[in-house]
Write a protein that binds this ligand. Structure first.
Ligand code: HDE
Length: 705
């Protein structure tokens, strides 16, 4: 198997010294030399001219007999496959799952039996609402899907980065998705929930209120795929060799710590680098900083399920970690980029029904509907039931059955028997095993009916619990997010209807959003199927900021440099950051680089116009006096500083940068987020401060709405 190229290998070694010949019309011909593959058609016929179609005369019509061109264009015409109806935009990577200890007490699933065993895995992260070509940072739930190629078949945990979902019954999924995606008459907005249809639907669907408040929190604008939690959402079952069954919920905890961006930054990142998240994953793996998540289980029994405040089959509810602590059972490490985006990330086909012996479903009505949907959608998307034979989808353990034929069949049986039972003995093909998948014998009883269980009726209590578990900073962000989104809603009645629900969650939240919308009249609280419980205690685990590690590991610092920069300072900074596990990117007026005060040349990573500060976790202004002077006339330099300030970033600076900071509107009484790089400890002080990632105390000075 070929390994991913290192960053240096990304550029072809022979770039500068290729042999070129030119044809009659000046067209370029690159001929294969002895070490190079020959260009052929799909049928293997060598191609002499890849520049010109076959014509009757130099200026005449193209001939139908030109099979080389026809095959080339035919294939191109069919390059696209349908994008995913949801989660179209995504990015994946390979890696492995490592089991910590035997979990035999809980499950007989093969991958959990042997401590330290590594099982190959593939993960795909995604946004939900946007089309395949949309940007990485809309306000949206993120998909977090993992395929683990176990020795007893593929197990897919097709989860999200938010532990609950908008609806309780699969029956409502098409309505929800239609309402969230672009409005059908106008075909926009793209990748946004900030529009009438989304808010109309959710405000008429009170069960969505818990997930909506998560979506209005910073969880919906992650800094990186690497800094997201993942959740299986539904309650699943696990059972051990003796048949003893437990309920479980799956959690992925990022080793990189959870981190989000701020909303104004997200808006700008979408313009500056729409591929921000995929590039980040690609880069991290390329530099050997392999992202890692710990798989943790919440394990509980029927009795707990009976006693718990909510129905464990209701996917709009979570179980606070304080009530059922997480049990770490293994880790997922992503250590290999895809060799080809289409082959792996596009063609990977996740399915909630890919489950292995020892794990089972519950009757969660959303999960039950998903179990139908995924296989069905893959057939449409990949065009053949043989998508399971594609390398990314094929199990890595032996797979034998009597399925046959179909479009693009590549794994074809060679034996006579294509049915079972048969009397062909050893030549008769595969047989059943007593070790095979069995469903947990959960009793099922009841009349057929289209009903929603009364135990699903509390729609507000956990939304309130989520809100009161947040820090004040996070609550402010939630208020601002509702205000932003509802300000894009044109219909006043919908804005009011949402506020009427917020009144059932938290009065202050509702009032602040109403104020932000300049609602002249406060609506009455929405009619609630069940009153909001006020006895649920805050769950600190639900807050990002209460749990964030202070670290620059895996983070990127952007340093603005000009000619005359202090080269030693840059080297000290680079070395200090590398010790932290972070990286330094130099942003210069020209990408070729700058000349240091000592006359050395240092190459830049970004040109200023394409390297705004939104791309970095912290910034340094290392300009010279002359350089700062020139940059005073450069709008992108002003934005670099003004945005870093507005986005609450730590800013290291040299004295020569002061005029630039004044020009960018930074108040002259610099706050604790500004660290002078003068003196011996300047760089160390900056690193220590920047580990905090954001100076939240600054926020009230830069944002009131
Ligand atoms: Fe999905 N979902 N979903 N979903 N979902 C799909 O399958 C569906 C739900 C999730 O990276 C589709 O291959 C229904 C919850 C992820 O390839 C489709 C319902 C959760 C991905 C589908 C849900 C998810 C999908 C579209 C409600 C979190 C991307 C393309 C009953 C636990 C996987 C595809 C990837 C993709 C159906 C709700 C996660 C149409 C019917 C809840 C991460 O089959």
């Amino acid at each position: 198997m070929s390994s991913s190229p290192t960053p240096e290998q990304d550029t072809p070694a022979r770039f500068d010294d290729q042999e070129l010949t030119f044809g009659q019309g000046g067209d370029t011909h690159q001929r294969a030399d002895k070490d190079q593959a020959v260009l052929t058609t799909a049928q293997g016929i060598p191609i002499a001219d890849n520049q010109n179609s076959l014509k009757a005369g130099a200026r005449g019509p193209t001939l139908l007999e030109d099979f080389v061109m026809r095959e080339k264009i035919f294939h191109f015409d069919h390059e696209r496959i349908p994008e995913r109806v949801v989660h179209a935009r995504g990015y994946g990577a390979h890696g492995y799952f490592e089991t910590y200890d035997s979990l035999a007490d809980i499950t007989c699933a093969d991958l959990f039996q042997r401590a330290g065993e590594r099982t190959p895995a593939f993960a795909r992260f995604s946004t939900v609402v946007g089309n395949k070509g949309s940007a990485d940072l809309p306000r949206d739930v993120r998909g977090f899907a993992v395929k683990i190629y176990t020795q007893q078949g593929n197990w897919d945990i097709v989860g999200n980065n938010i532990p609950v979902f908008f609806i309780q019954d699969a029956m409502k999924f098409p309505d929800f998705v239609h309402a969230a995606k672009a409005e059908p008459d106008r075909g926009f907005p793209q990748a946004q929930s900030a529009h009438d249809n989304f808010w109309d639907f959710v405000s008429l669907t009170p069960e969505s209120m818990h997930t909506v408040i998560w979506a209005m929190s910073d969880r919906a604008i992650p800094r990186s795929f690497r800094t997201m939690e993942g959740f299986g959402v539904h309650t699943f079952r696990m059972f051990n060799a003796k048949g003893k069954s437990h309920f479980v919920k799956f959690h992925w905890k990022p080793k990189q710590t959870v981190q989000s961006v701020v909303w104004n930054e997200a808006l700008k990142i979408n313009g500056a680098d729409p591929d921000f998240h995929r590039r980040d994953l690609w880069d991290a793996i390329g530099r050997g900083d392999f992202p890692e998540w710990e798989l943790c289980l919440q394990v509980f029994d029927e009795q707990f399920a009976e006693d718990f405040d909510f129905d464990v089959l209701d996917p709009t509810k979570l179980i606070p970690e304080e009530q059922v602590p997480l049990r770490p059972v293994g880790r997922l490490v992503l250590d290999r980029r895809v060799d080809n985006f289409f082959a792996d990330t596009e063609q990977v086909a996740f399915c909630t029904q890919n489950i292995v012996p020892g794990i089972d479903f519950t009757e969660d009505p959303l999960l039950q509907g998903r179990n139908f949907s995924y296989l069905d959608t893959q057939l449409k998307r990949l065009g053949s039931p043989n998508f399971t034979q594609l390398p990314i989808n094929a199990p890595k353990c032996p797979a034998h059955n009597f399925q046959q034929d179909g479009h693009m069949a590549t794994a074809n049986p060679t034996t006579r028997a294509n049915y079972e039972p048969n009397s062909w003995g050893d030549a008769g093909g595969p047989r059943e095993t007593t070790e095979g998948f069995r469903s947990a014998p959960a009793p099922v009883d009841g009349p057929k009916a289209r009903v929603r269980s009364a135990t699903f009726a509390d729609h507000y209590s956990q939304a309130r619990q989520f809100y009161i578990s947040q820090t004040e900073v996070e609550q402010r962000h939630i208020i601002a997010a509702y205000t932003f989104e509802l300000s894009k809603v044109e219909t006043l009645a919908i804005r009011k209807r949402v506020v009427s629900h917020l009144l059932n969650i938290d009065t202050d939240l509702a009032e602040q959003v109403a104020h932000g919308l300049a609602l002249r009249e406060m609506p009455k609280p929405a009619t609630a199927a069940m009153p909001t419980r006020t006895d649920l205690q805050p769950s600190p685990a639900l807050s990002i900021l209460r749990n964030q590690d202070k670290t620059l590991k895996g983070r990127k610092v952007g340093c603005l440099v000009t000619d005359g920069v202090d080269g030693e300072l840059i080297e000290t900074l680079r070395a200090a950051l590398e010790r932290e596990g972070g990286t330094l990117a130099l942003v210069a007026p020209m990408v070729g680089g700058v000349k240091t005060a000592a006359g050395d040349w240092i190459a830049a990573d970004e040109q200023l116009a394409g390297g705004p500060s939104v791309l970095f976790d912290a910034v340094v202004l290392a300009v010279s006096e002359d350089g700062a002077d020139l940059l005073l006339e450069e709008a992108s330099a002003r934005d670099f500083v003004a945005d870093a300030y507005a986005h609450l970033k730590y800013i290291g600076f040299v004295a020569a940068a002061e005029p630039l900071m004044d020009h960018a509107g930074v108040p002259s009484a610099r706050d604790a987020g500004f660290i002078a790089l003068s003196g011996d400890d300047g760089v160390a002080d900056f690193i220590e401060a920047a580990r905090n990632l954001r100076l939240w105390e600054r926020e009230p000075r830069v944002q009131h709405l």
